[in-house]
Design a protein. Structure first.
Length: 422
C-alpha cells in the first residue's frame, strides 16, 4: 500500500464528507440467467451501479440496517456521483446464503453493477465471494468473520474489512484468561461461530486453560434456558460466547432473568453496539471486541464527521456497523475514483493500494490475502449506564502501531490464502 494512494484515499474521504445528501436508487430485480464472466456493456452516460447485499430480515437485520445506511451515506456524501457520472446503489436481500448467491448473480447479470458490498454473515459472504470469483468483479465484505474468506477460500476479487475470528481471539482471549482458567463455550452453528469455538479452544490448549463445556446452538435460538442451566452447573470462570446479532441480545436477557448476571463473566468477540443496545441497561454485561465506537475520542476527524452526518440524518448515533458499511463502501468508491475506470481489474488493483490513516495504524487491505489490517477495541460494559447509546468503557485499542499489526493479524507465512491472479 503506497503512501501516495494513502494520501489520495484520505483526500477523497475528506472531499466526500463535505458533499450533501442526494437520492439513491434501491431496486429489486426479476430473475435472470447468469454464468458468463462480467462484461461492462453500458454506455458511458449510464449511471454507475454498485450492488449491495444486506439482510432485511432475521437475526442480523438490525446490524444490516446500520451497515446499509452507512454504505448509502458514503455515496450520498459524494452527491451520488462517481467519475463525473450519476451513481446508484442496488440493494438486495440475503435471507439465506443461497439467496445471497442468487442475488449476487442478479446484480451482475441483470443490473450490470461494477462492484458489490455486503454479506451480513459469513455464509452469505462466502457465497457472494464464489460468484464474484467466477464473474471477475470486485467485492468488499464489511462484516463476515469466517477465517476462510481471506484464508483457504480467498480470491483476487474479494476483500474483507472484519478481522477473522483468530485475530479477535488473540486480542480478547488474554483478558478472558485473566478472569480464570475454566471456560465454557457457547457458539452458533455456522461458519463464524465454529471459527470462534476452534480459535478459543486452540488458545486454551496452548495456555493451560480447561474447557469445561461447549455447546453449539442454531442461529435464531429463542430459548437459551437449558444451555444456561448447563453453564451454571459447570461453574466455569468465564463464558465465551459466539452467537450473532439479536441472538446475543436474547441470550443476555435470559442470562439476566435466570440470575446469572454478575456471577460468571461473559465475553464475546466481534459484537455490534446494536447487539448490546438491544439487551437494555439492566441485562447488559460482558467483555467484548468491537471494531469501532462512536464515543471513542481517538476516532479520526473524517470518521467523526461521518458520525455527525449519520446522526443528523437518522436521528440516532452511528453504531459500529454503520461505520463498517461506510468504510467498506468508501474503499470501493475511492478505488473506482483512483482507477478512473469501472474496469474490474483496475478497481481490484486500486483496492489493493487503498489505505487510510487511523491513529498510529495505516488501515488497508493486504495484497497477499485481501484482509484489512486495522485496530480493534476491547470494551467492557459500564458499571452504570446513564445514556441509552453509551454502554461501553474502552479498555484497549490494538494494534496501536503498524509494528504491532503482524503480532495481532499474523503474517503471510501463517495465512492459508493462495492468492490467484486477475
Amino acid at each position: 500500500m503506497s503512501s501516495n494512494s494513502s494520501r489520495h484515499a484520505i483526500k477523497i474521504s475528506r472531499r466526500a464528507l463535505i458533499g450533501g445528501a442526494g437520492s439513491v436508487v434501491l431496486a429489486s430485480a426479476t430473475a435472470s440467467e447468469f454464468g458468463m464472466p462480467y462484461i461492462r456493456s453500458a454506455a458511458a452516460s449510464d449511471p454507475i451501479k454498485i450492488g449491495m447485499i444486506y439482510a432485511k430480515t432475521g437475526a442480523v437485520a438490525d446490524q444490516a440496517e446500520y451497515m446499509a445506511q452507512g454504505s448509502l451515506l458514503a455515496l450520498e456524501s459524494r452527491k451520488n456521483s462517481l467519475l463525473g457520472r450519476q451513481a446508484e446503489v442496488i440493494w438486495l436481500d440475503e435471507p439465506t446464503s443461497q439467496a445471497a448467491q442468487q442475488n449476487a448473480e442478479r446484480l451482475i447479470g441483470e443490473h450490470k453493477v461494477v462492484g458489490i458490498v455486503g454479506g451480513s454473515l459469513s455464509p452469505s459472504a462466502l457465497a457472494i465471494s464464489a460468484v464474484v470469483k467466477k464473474a471477475k468483479l470486485p467485492f468488499v465484505a464489511p462484516n463476515a468473520g469466517a477465517i476462510d474468506l481471506t484464508g483457504r477460500l480467498c480470491n483476487k476479487y474479494t476483500f474483507r474489512l472484519q478481522p477473522p475470528a483468530d485475530v479477535h481471539t488473540r486480542v480478547l482471549a488474554p483478558y478472558c484468561a485473566g478472569l480464570g482458567k475454566r471456560w465454557y463455550l457457547i457458539t452458533a452453528a455456522f461458519a463464524f461461530g465454529q471459527d470462534i469455538k476452534r480459535s478459543f479452544t486452540e488458545f486454551a490448549a496452548a495456555n493451560g486453560i480447561t474447557i469445561v463445556g461447549a455447546d453449539e446452538v442454531p442461529v435464531n435460538t429463542a430459548d437459551y434456558s437449558s444451555f444456561i442451566l448447563k453453564i451454571r452447573a459447570a461453574k466455569p470462570d468465564v463464558v465465551v460466547g459466539g452467537v450473532p446479532g439479536s441472538d446475543i441480545s436474547t441470550f443476555l436477557k435470559q442470562w439476566n432473568e435466570l440470575g446469572m448476571k454478575g456471577k460468571i463473566p461473559f465475553a464475546e468477540i466481534a459484537v455490534g453496539a446494536t447487539d448490546l443496545w438491544g439487551v437494555g441497561p439492566e441485562a447488559a454485561d460482558g467483555l467484548f471486541t468491537l471494531n469501532w465506537y462512536h464515543k471513542n475520542p481517538n476516532n479520526p476527524p473524517e470518521e467523526q464527521a461521518m458520525a455527525a452526518s449519520y446522526e443528523q440524518k437518522h436521528k440516532r448515533p452511528a453504531a459500529d456497523k454503520a461505520w463498517m458499511g461506510w468504510m467498506a463502501m468508501n474503499a470501493m468508491l475511492d478505488s473506482i475514483e483512483a482507477a478512473r475506470t469501472t474496469e474490474p481489474g483496475a478497481i481490484v488493483n486500486a483496492l489493493e493500494n487503498w489505505s487510510v490513516q487511523r491513529g498510529g495504524v495505516k488501515a488497508g487491505y493486504r495484497a497477499f490475502d485481501h484482509q484489512m489490517v486495522n485496530r480493534l477495541l476491547v470494551v467492557g460494559i459500564k458499571p452504570k449506564i446513564t445514556d441509552k447509546w453509551d454502554y461501553f468503557d474502552i479498555l484497549a485499542e490494538t494494534p496501536s502501531t503498524d509494528r504491532e499489526i503482524e503480532t495481532v493479524f499474523g503474517g503471510q507465512a501463517q495465512s492459508a490464502c493462495k492468492m490467484d491472479r486477475l
